[in-house]
Design a protein around this ligand. Structure first.
Ligand SMILES: Cc1cc2nc3c(=O)[nH]c(=O)nc-3n(C[C@H](O)[C@H](O)[C@H](O)COP(=O)(O)O)c2cc1C
Length: 432
């Protein structure tokens, strides 16, 4: 039987990803060397890309204190991933490099110029994970009292991304002529102002950077609400999707995104949907070890910081052992709140809903590398594509198991690539 071929990528952050782990990465990630090493290993396994999430705040949404955020290194400390990408590019040759930047904080011209420059520095391997941000404390770092409401954030992002695309296209292909005979470096007839005049943004253009290898760097997006899915279907080439609702839910979500893309006049095959996949629990065959009480408490605190900040709801004020309140409201990720309410209707308490949201247990992704490989193949055969975005920790022995055992098992089954054919990120995404 031929199996569905699929893509693999890795989700991480420029922070203390392995904390507490063995402790050896407490601070040594800060010079970038650790992530360069990580990328080299993942490139050996021929992954499509590394995606660096990002945020620009230390969170105090949970209980009004930064204590738990800093204790567990949840949001912070975190460094800007953008300067890290060229360092990684120097040490690798094919793996794609996607970094997050927020439409709520960067002026569009600066963002377009930055990603154009990064695309040149990485020889066409860059992607922009477009987020609109959801944390009030982040907005306050930029002089705002709060972020615009959810719907307006997307309306602004819609205009923003249109402007950024126009700026990237403000240099036609072939504008650089370098003609020593005529003495012309750039043909000015191929460089145009954009004269963008929108409801939220205005810009004259053109960019003052050369057109980059990909022209338009790849755009990734992770909106999960109905509005977010529309946005992704219209604008993204990589869609980051939650692994939710079981295999049927994953399949339905992919088909929904593809259907929406088609309704916007796009070819759905231009989109690659990557399912964010929880860490694999590699074992040598037996049951995975149950986490200690301390580890469980740490996991709960980590989840609370993450959840409170992304939903803009202070979970310290709620009793976790009561049913999910029907009137739960927040200004952040509205889709997470909707999922919680739905679980509440099914009779779950907040604590149960939280664990249900965090766990990947229902997918059976625990076992030996060979068992996990079989499971991934079976899931993708049913879902129909396109890839798994592995939510990884740091450079722990687990990465070696991934690279040296899991991926070779998948390669043997001919479901993932064994060599890169493309050189730019877009080419790699479309090799199959
Ligand atoms: C896998 C994944 C990764 C994300 N990464 C980031 C990130 O790095 N920074 C950020 O501000 N938001 C991030 N988000 C949030 C999304 O961009 C989006 O704002 C959020 O899902 C809320 O959109 P929605 O209300 O349409 O669901 C991420 C979401 C998901 C599911």
């Amino acid at each position: 039987m031929t199996h569905q071929k699929f893509h693999l990528a890795y989700f991480t952050k420029f922070g203390a990803t392995a904390w507490p782990g063995t402790g050896q990465f407490g601070s040594t990630w800060a010079d970038g060397a650790f992530h360069v090493e990580l990328a080299k290993k993942l490139e050996r396994a021929k992954l499509d890309f590394l995606l660096f999430e990002d945020s620009v705040t230390i969170s105090d949404k949970y209980g009004g204190s930064m204590e738990l955020d800093l204790k567990h290194a949840v949001y912070a400390p975190k460094h800007d991933p953008l300067p890290l990408l060229p360092m990684i590019a120097q040490g690798t040759s094919n793996i794609g490099l996607i970094a997050t930047a927020s439409t709520s904080f960067y002026p569009p011209f600066l963002l377009a110029r930055l990603y154009s420059t990064l695309d040149s520095l990485t020889r066409g391997r860059v992607g922009w994970n477009l987020v609109t941000s959801s944390e009030t404390t982040a907005a306050q770092n930029f002089g705002m009292d709060q972020l615009p409401p959810h719907a307006e954030r997307y309306a602004r992002a819609e205009e923003y991304v249109e402007l950024v695309r126009q700026l990237w296209d403000s240099w036609e292909e072939g504008a650089l002529v370098e003609d020593t005979e005529t003495g012309v470096y750039v043909d000015h007839t191929k460089v145009h102002t954009v004269d963008f005049n929108g409801e939220y943004y205005r810009s004259r253009g053109p960019l003052n950077t050369l057109r980059s290898p990909q022209g338009r760097p790849v755009i990734a997006q992770a909106g999960a609400s109905s509005r977010g899915r529309d946005f992704a279907a219209k604008n993204a080439e990589v869609v980051v999707a939650p692994m939710a609702g079981g295999i049927a839910g994953m399949k339905a979500l992919r088909e929904d995104i593809r259907g929406r893309a088609q309704s916007f006049g796009r070819n759905p095959d231009d989109i690659r949907v990557f399912f964010l996949t929880p860490l694999f629990a590699f074992t040598s065959g037996g049951e995975p070890e149950a986490p200690s009480e301390q580890a469980q408490q740490a996991q709960l605190e980590y989840g609370m910081v993450m959840l409170s900040s992304t939903t803009d709801v202070d979970f310290s004020k709620l009793d976790l052992d009561t049913p999910v309140p029907e009137d739960l409201e927040g200004g952040g990720h509205t889709s997470i709140i909707d999922v919680f309410k739905e679980l509440g209707r099914q009779g779950m308490t907040l604590r149960e809903a939280m664990y249900s949201g965090m766990g990947g247990d229902q997918y059976g992704l625990a076992g030996t590398p060979a068992q996990i490989a079989e499971r991934l193949i079976a899931i993708m055969d049913e879902v129909g594509g396109d890839g798994f975005l592995i939510e990884g920790a740091g450079l722990t022995p687990y990465v070696d198991v991934l690279v040296d055992e899991l991926v070779p098992a998948l390669q043997k089954a001919d479901v993932v690539r064994t060599e890169y054919a493309g050189t730019t990120l877009r080419e790699v995404l479309h090799e199959f």
